[in-house]
Design a protein around this ligand. Structure first.
Ligand code: KE4
Length: 429
């Protein structure tokens, strides 16, 4: 009997919690059965039933040059044939570190790890070790991976420390995390005025992509920079998603703000497990074996993952890559907006470099509350109508979408034709 997505999902559920190795993949916020993919090439995915989809998830960001890019695949094959992992330094990981630094000069030193979570977890520990302080500030709706200190939701009052947002996180851990509202500069002022001497770091997505896409309000990032400098806290830009996605220099170049530490992931591995954290040399020199802040990883900087990262960054570093990527992404969001308007559906969309947000509300949201006010029922119907037409969007109203260099004019035209039909269906409902 040939496998179907449903039969594969049922079988997976017997061995893997929810049938998935990361919760968002389970389609719980949109309903229905997740697609089990068996291959991908360029902008397209193929599921176990042989059905093809135009992909706007791109493995949540890493597939920026297109799936199975020949140069990336060849680099991985050649590296693998020389051995998968040595647990010892290799020349290639220094090359990757140097290449990242050449585009993100604020990262005077960096360390490679195997995921974005490891990068942010390590950066938080480093900030605490460097400052000798315990409190950290994060923003509601921003996601920085699943380290205990970061699975925290806002406390009852502005200055009350956070409460765990996940079972298994001790109250004791959560109370060191203050959770504020993204884009609310008054709150951050008040928090630093009252608790500035206790704050080790502020960690922020410089362009938020985990509450859907929300851009920083004018002056918000600059205010964070000023306050961290004034109170001796470290400013951590979590660029796991925005790094090499919104531009070659990340969001820190786009908004001309220099963080003390930056975390990276996704694109720098090109689809293989690579993360990184780095920043000011005097801070990074506190990391073992140079300093007292411990951090380690068996497969950190392994040659196969590094080969994928190097090949990917060499492609995105070619002249015109981000101009073309940004133009394609804007063509998508402008086309969707026009199609929705023609159908009379309340909708808005925006692009920042190669990432985009879609919202079933008339105005672009500037805060988490405004994103939450969007019509999620309509999003779910749109998601499934597009899926039925072979367009694979992020299976959640609270995720950003991603375009790759492989999304050519024909791919975008097919997407917009499907969207017009879907908006018409929505309008009639
Ligand atoms: P990973 O541990 O998943 O590699 O990275 C965590 C992380 C850290 N910081 C930011 C800004 C991130 O966006 C992420 C991970 N992003 C999600 C997408 N919403 C990954 C998808 C998933 O969790 O399956």
């Amino acid at each position: 009997m040939k496998d179907t997505n449903e039969s594969l999902f049922e079988r997976a559920g017997a061995s893997i919690p929810g049938g998935v190795n990361s919760p968002v993949r389970a389609f719980r916020s949109v309903g229905g059965c997740p697609r089990f993919f068996v291959s991908a090439a360029g902008a397209r995915l193929t599921d176990a039933e042989g059905r093809e989809y135009i992909d706007y998830v791109g493995s949540w960001g890493p597939a920026i040059v297109g799936h199975a890019h020949p140069e990336v695949v060849a680099a991985v094959q050649q590296a693998a044939a020389r051995g998968l992992s040595f647990g010892a330094p290799t020349p290639a990981e220094t090359e990757l570190a140097e290449l990242v630094r050449s585009h993100l000069p604020s990262m005077e030193m960096l360390r490679l790890v195997s995921s974005g979570t490891e990068a942010t977890m390590s950066a938080i520990r480093l900030a605490r070790g460097h400052t000798g302080r315990d409190a950290i500030v994060k923003f509601d709706g921003c996601y920085h991976g699943h380290a205990d200190s970061l699975l925290v939701k806002a406390g009852s009052g502005l200055l009350t420390f956070g409460n765990p947002s996940s079972a298994g996180v001790p109250e004791d851990f959560a109370r060191h995390t203050i959770v504020l509202d993204y884009n609310d500069a008054d709150q951050i002022e008040e928090t630093f005025r009252s608790a500035g001497a206790r704050i080790a770091a502020v960690i922020v997505e410089p362009v938020a992509g985990n509450m859907n896409l929300v851009v920083p309000a004018p002056g918000f990032l600059a205010r964070l920079r000023e306050l961290c400098t004034h109170y001796g806290a470290l400013l951590i830009f979590d660029e796991v998603m925005t790094g090499f996605r919104v531009g070659l220099g990340g969001a820190q170049t786009l908004y001309d703000i220099q963080p003390d530490l930056t975390t990276l992931g996704k694109v720098i591995g090109g689809g293989m497990p690579v993360g990184a954290f780095g920043g000011r040399r005097e801070v990074m020199q506190k990391i073992a074996p140079l300093g007292p802040v411990y951090q380690a990883g068996t497969l950190s900087g392994n040659p196969v993952a590094v080969a994928a990262g190097l090949a990917t960054l060499r492609i995105v570093g070619q002249p015109g890559f981000y101009e073309r990527l940004g133009a394609a992404t804007r063509q998508l969001t402008d086309g969707l907006t026009a199609a929705a308007r023609a159908a009379g559906v309340a909708f808005s969309a925006q692009a920042v470099g190669g990432m985009f947000g879609l919202y079933f509300r008339r105005e672009l949201p500037g805060t988490l509350a405004e994103v939450m006010a969007g019509d999620t029922v309509r999003f779910k119907r749109f998601f499934h109508a597009m899926l039925a037409r072979g367009i694979y969007l992020a299976p959640s109203a609270f995720e950003a979408g991603f375009v790759s260099a492989a999304h050519d004019a024909d791919t975008l035209a097919r997407t917009l034709a499907a969207a017009s039909a879907c908006f018409a269906e929505l309008a009639d409902a």
